[in-house]
Write a protein that binds this ligand. Structure first.
Ligand code: ADP
Length: 514
């Protein structure tokens, strides 16, 4: 009997990955193809949709080829980055590149929607925070700043819709990608009239909504040959990369929270009812028609530690390179020599402004409490602690919607550091488990595909596929220290809102040397 395999494809921001798994979640083969992000003007973050389509084809083809005759493929299921927007003309040709979540050119329109229009009410119905990343906000921006293009566009789609259209010739959007557009009413599972009115579009300029578990078949023979797959292989439309990553790390049970700290960061948890936050701190996106994911994204994850490595630790980095060890390891070893709490030094990591939970692009970083007894190792430790405090600050908003949480599933580059993982257990005062998850969004997609085809009866099947690598329990002494520091950390950005705006305003026009 040839073994059955399943494929998850994740159309990400930096690359598309295709992974073939056994039905038990073991990786058989994988291939990824990178592509660039263009910044033709400040604030832009664009990608070429056809380059991404080619990457999807190449990634699938190579993953299939690398597997050889390892078995037969039951299905291909898709994950994709959220919030992208492409304007299409009447002949189904793109009028714009794919405008990604990173693009901030619509910032003024986010403020306009929040302050002058009924942005908060739209958020409460749609679950997408009012932010320049949101396709709804991008539509307001396009309509105001490129009215001819906006008028000419016969439809507006995201990158996954574009790829599916090139594969199957159909304009379909899954509820999960749709729920991250700011245009989708969570309760009705349909486009939201008020949001569409705000965007100035009618429903005929959007794709047909389908559940995330929808199988699509009928691949044209020429494309099937290019992919190296039988033409009748079911393609499951799938969901967005955030909700699928929760599934792929096995964080789908009650009270389980997934925290990712890679370059940026996020906290997410699965619930069985769509919920939005009266204070607008959290997102809510669909996973299936019965499960939703709420949480918050942060800008300032590992990128802040990278900044420390590059700007404050040149000599340590050079020594690390000479010794052939990872500079991050040297820096975390140095931080380890300082007690929890860094002897009263706090660091606010808002180098890139911040999204959840404060949603304030004007926030800026700072050390607070510096005294003569603080050395560089205190500063490094304070930075690591500050990144975790910042993620912890989302937890009250999440718990106000779902009740108490118990266990943290931690992923991302930060989880390579034992010190940083233990800090998370101590600051959160919860057990921290690092799942043995590789390509969690791809695995999540593949498992969702199994559910779609009735090959499993519940998504809980994922729990048997995800192992654990590290486990950390809170250390009571450290927990006590962080409890004392937390109120000070949390109060500062609220107390200083005016000064943050003033310094940001100053930075915009600050004199520069030479
Ligand atoms: P991405 O989100 O771009 O996929 P990763 O998940 O690999 O990136 O995370 C990269 C971040 O992980 C780095 O910026 C750094 O802060 C952190 N990191 C990487 N290696 C280590 C390490 N050995 N110790 C501590 N932190 C690390």
């Amino acid at each position: 009997m040839p073994q059955i395999m399943m494929m998850g494809v994740d159309i990400g921001t930096t690359s598309t990955k295709a992974v073939l798994f056994t039905e038990n979640g073991r990786i058989v083969s994988q291939h990824s193809v990178e592509y660039p992000i263009f910044t033709p003007v400040p604030g832009a973050g664009e990608q070429d949709p056809d380059t991404i389509f080619d990457a999807v084809v190449t990634a699938i083809r190579h993953a299939v080829d690398k597997a050889g005759d390892a078995g037969t493929i039951s299905h291909v299921a898709f994950s994709a980055a959220m919030h992208s927007l492409i304007a299409m003309d009447g002949e189904d040709r793109p009028l714009t590149r794919s405008i990604t979540w990173m693009d901030t050119r619509a910032s003024a329109w986010a403020r306009h929607l929040a302050n002058e229009m009924d942005g908060h009410q739209i958020y409460l119905r749609t679950g997408t925070p009012i932010h320049p990343m949101s396709p709804l906000v991008k539509l307001l921006w396009l309509k105001a700043e490129q009215p001819d293009l906006f008028a000419r566009a016969s439809r507006f789609v995201g990158i996954k819709e574009y790829v599916f259209h090139r594969l199957f010739g159909r304009w379909l959007v899954d509820h999960s990608i749709a729920s991250a557009t700011g245009l989708f009413n969570l309760a009705d599972r349909d486009w939201d009239d008020g949001a569409l009115a705000a965007a100035g579009i009618a429903v005929d300029r959007l794709s047909t909504l389908v559940p995330t578990t929808t199988p699509v078949t009928g691949l044209p023979k020429a494309i099937a040959d290019q992919l190296g797959l039988p033409a009748d292989t079911p393609f499951i439309i799938g969901a967005n990369d955030g909700v699928l990553s929760n599934l792929g790390v096995g964080a789908i049970g009650a009270g389980q929270v997934a925290v990712t700290i890679g370059t940026s960061g996020a906290m997410r948890t699965v619930i069985d009812q769509p919920r939005t936050d009266p204070s607008g701190r959290t997102f809510c996106y669909a996973l299936t028609d019965k499960l939703w994911v709420i949480g918050g994204p942060v800008n300032n994850g590992g990128i802040v530690f990278r900044w420390v490595r590059d700007q404050l630790a040149a000599s340590e980095t050079e020594t690390a390179h000479r010794l052939g060890v990872d500079p991050y390891e040297v820096l975390t070893r140095i931080a380890e020599r300082v007690a929890p709490g860094a002897e009263g030094l706090l660091f606010h990591p808002y180098l890139a402004g911040e999204r959840a939970p404060l949603w304030n692009a004007d926030l800026r970083g700072s050390f607070f409490g510096l005294a003569m007894h603080h050395r560089r190792e205190h500063m490094i430790r304070a930075v690591l602690e500050g990144v975790i405090f910042n993620l912890y600050s989302i937890l009250p908003a999440v718990e106000s919607l779902i009740g108490p949480t118990r266990r943290i599933m931690a992923t991302g580059g930060f989880a390579r550091s034992g010190l940083w993982r233990q800090m998370m257990a101590d600051i959160f005062d919860r057990e921290v488990v690092v799942p043995e998850s590789f390509e969690s969004s791809c695995l999540g997609a593949a498992v969702l595909g199994q559910l779609a085809l009735g090959r499993i009866s519940s998504l809980d099947a994922v729990n048997a596929m995800v192992g654990a690598t590290h486990q950390h329990h809170p250390d009571p002494a450290a927990v006590a220290v962080y409890r004392q520091l937390w109120p000070i950390f949390a109060a500062l950005p609220i107390a200083l809102a005016e000064q943050y705006s003033a310094i940001t305003e100053f930075q915009r026009s600050a004199p520069k040397a030479g």
